[in-house]
Design a protein around this ligand. Structure first.
Ligand code: ADP
Ligand code: MG
Length: 229
């Protein structure tokens, strides 16, 4: 089995003034290609920090992060950005769409960044997949939370990433809307064969993934793996 993400002896500390706060300590795990994986734990346990480091948005203080065979620690900011654009998709709790761009333009950005042909046509196809084919010219402010998150899903899958990270993707949505977003997330994931890493405090959602990593106080409390879901 090929590991797409390998985390070894990871440690992350935040310093404010003279105070040092160790947020992640002794974190070791790996994720196999095409697996679904969730990270659960109480608020403040370090989930978002861990996801940011896994996705190459942030750097650890020590330990290594190997993404698709590339050790990210030694890369420059620009190199990490290029790696992210090529291999990584990200979905945030608060959607993080660009307010000055329309839905279709938001989805087209990652495609345009890598000079893809027909970026706008492909963005349109992706919006159709998430049921928003007729909302392409609307700005984020004209869309509901659930619709904005569906645009964010379309954007995250635009470059057909090898691995997709989602941080509490339903955290700002009501239960019913959240369920629709989760269905779409798993559907697209399956269709495109992406590895999915999900942060959630919702055990019901976590149970939809093959592996559940629980962190408490910045340390791994347990990792349960199942071969079928
Ligand atoms: P979770 O996502 O599980 O709620 P976080 O990763 O956001 O947890 O935060 C873990 C801990 O790190 C918390 O105590 C939080 O206050 C702290 N923290 C997060 N980001 C920063 C930062 N930029 N500077 C200082 N402390 C931070
Ligand atoms: Mg968080």
């Amino acid at each position: 089995m090929t590991s797409i993400l390998k985390i070894s002896n990871l440690e992350k500390t935040y310093t404010s003034g003279s105070k040092k706060l160790t947020v992640l300590e002794d974190i070791n795990f790996s994720i196999t290609k095409n697996e679904t994986f969730s990270i659960v734990g109480p608020s403040g346990s370090g989930k978002t920090t861990l996801l940011g480091i896994c996705a190459g948005l942030d750097k650890p203080d020590s330990g290594t992060v190997t993404l698709n065979g590339i050790v990210m620690n030694s890369l420059s900011e620009d190199e990490r950005a290029a790696l992210r654009n090529e291999h990584v998709g990200f979905v945030f709790q608060d959607f993080q769409l660009l307010a000055t761009l329309t839905a279709i333009e938001n989805v087209a950005i990652p495609l345009e960044l890598r000079g893809a042909k027909n970026a706008m046509d492909r963005a349109k196809g992706l919006l159709e997949k998430v049921g928003l084919g007729n909302r392409g010219n609307h700005y984020p402010s004209q869309l509901s939370g659930g619709e904005q998150q569906r645009v964010a899903l379309a954007r995250a899958f635009a470059n057909e990433p090898k691995i997709l990270f989602a941080d509490e993707p339903t955290g700002n949505l009501d239960a019913e809307t959240g369920e629709r977003v989760v269905e779409l997330l798993f559907e697209l994931n399956k269709e495109l064969g992406t590895t999915l890493v999900l942060v959630t405090h919702d055990m019901e959602l976590a149970k939809k993934t093959q592996n559940i990593l629980t962190i408490k106080g910045g340390k791994i409390a347990s990792l349960t793996r199942s071969t079928h879901v």
